[in-house]
Ligand binder design. Structure first.
Ligand SMILES: O=P(O)(O)OC[C@H]1O[C@](O)(COP(=O)(O)O)[C@@H](O)[C@@H]1O
Length: 341
């Protein structure tokens, strides 16, 4: 495969394929395993992820790349093959989460700043050697209108960090996924999500220009414009699609090859239906696909539940969700396909 940043970025979003976000940090994967009653150990995390990376249909037809965590990019499958090699053998691209998580900002209650820039240049060089050709950094933007969250200071600090990270990625020959996640956890309505996401993306592209990041060699990983989980009125797929696309047309340059959404706590089927509605109102200047963690993995996690005899069931559940999201990335998904399965 070509090593040009622009070509890697295009390959990450081509043909209705999307990204498997398997980069849960140790704390997050423990939370997911707690739900299915599995102890989180280096071996159980390896067995679970190996199950997904060996799912041939999903990995060869629907998944373009996998975001890994530092532990996973160094791990071997049970037979000694590096997990990175399993991903490459399926024709998918290995990626790596490089941020060190979101920490509270002093003097700004409710706002967080994502850390991890110190030593990043050296870490990037190592990850490149380990096989990573793209990376991911997630800024976390909460909405709390009672506390003026997010503050302008938080948006400024977080988007500047994203731009510094993106420039370091490109220096190392690695495509940056820039992820400013506006959380859907609150009671805010969809228009508040629109306004906050707009302020975030405007600032983000300002900073990316200022840092001289080559937009053609980047992927955006945003939230959809959506109602807060606790909002009294929940917007439907058509409204989500229309407002999300209106916002991106205003803020995301056409030089960006692709937008790969996070699922952010949406149900599996909502994440698929909303992505489909977004693509159904195309054509758009960028490819719009998925980079889902929970919405791709909740079903296989449950089917597997830590038992070797459930490997086949886990792989079938993963294939199904990956297939549904592949169809949604092409605007060809129908709800009947879920029931048929
Ligand atoms: O808090 P962590 O452990 O970094 O994990 C955050 C998760 O959010 C994501 O960015 C998006 O995941 P979701 O699709 O589940 O929202 C994943 O890539 C990542 O695993």
């Amino acid at each position: 495969m070509s090593e040009r940043l622009e070509d890697i970025a295009v390959a990450m979003v081509a043909g209705g394929k999307g990204i498997l976000a398997a980069d849960e940090s140790s704390g997050t994967i423990k939370k997911r395993f707690d739900v299915i009653g599995v102890e989180s150990t280096a071996d159980s995390r390896r067995d679970y992820r190996e199950m997904m990376f060996r799912t041939k249909e999903a990995m060869t037809r629907y998944i373009s790349g996998v975001i890994l965590y530092d532990e996973t990019i160094r791990q071997n499958a049970a037979d000694g093959t590096p997990l990175v090699e399993l991903i490459k053998a399926a024709g998918a691209i290995p990626g790596i989460k490089v941020d060190a998580g979101a920490k509270a900002i002093v003097n700004f209650p409710g706002d967080t700043i994502t850390e991890g820039l110190d030593g990043l240049r050296e870490r990037m060089a190592e990850y490149y050697k380990l096989g990573a050709r793209f990376a991911k950094w997630r800024a976390v933007i909460d909405i709390d209108t009672t506390r003026n969250v997010p503050s302008a200071y938080s948006l400024s600090a977080n988007t500047q960090a994203l731009a510094r990270y993106a420039a370091l990625c490109q220096e190392a020959g690695i495509v940056p996924i820039v992820e400013p996640e506006v959380l859907m956890d609150g009671a805010h309505d969809i228009d508040t999500c629109y306004d906050v996401t707009k302020a975030t993306l405007v600032k983000l592209y300002d900073e990316l220009y200022a840092a001289r990041v080559v937009l053609e060699g980047t992927i955006l990983k945003p939230n959809m414009v959506i109602s807060g989980k606790k909002a009294a009125k929940q917007a439907g797929a058509e409204e989500i699609a229309e407002k999300t696309i209106k916002l991106f047309r205003e803020t995301v340059p056409a030089a960006v090859p692709g937008i790969a959404f996070l699922s952010g706590g949406q149900s599996d089927e909502d994440a698929t239906a909303n992505l489909n509605a977004i693509n159904a109102i195309g054509p758009h200047p960028w490819k719009l696909t998925f980079s889902y963690g929970r919405a791709l993995q909740a079903a296989p996690q449950k089917a597997w539940s830590g038992k070797a005899e459930n490997l086949g069931a886990g792989q079938a559940a993963f294939t199904h969700r990956a297939h549904m999201n592949h169809l949604a990335a092409l605007g060809q998904w129908k709800s009947g396909l879920e029931k048929a399965a």
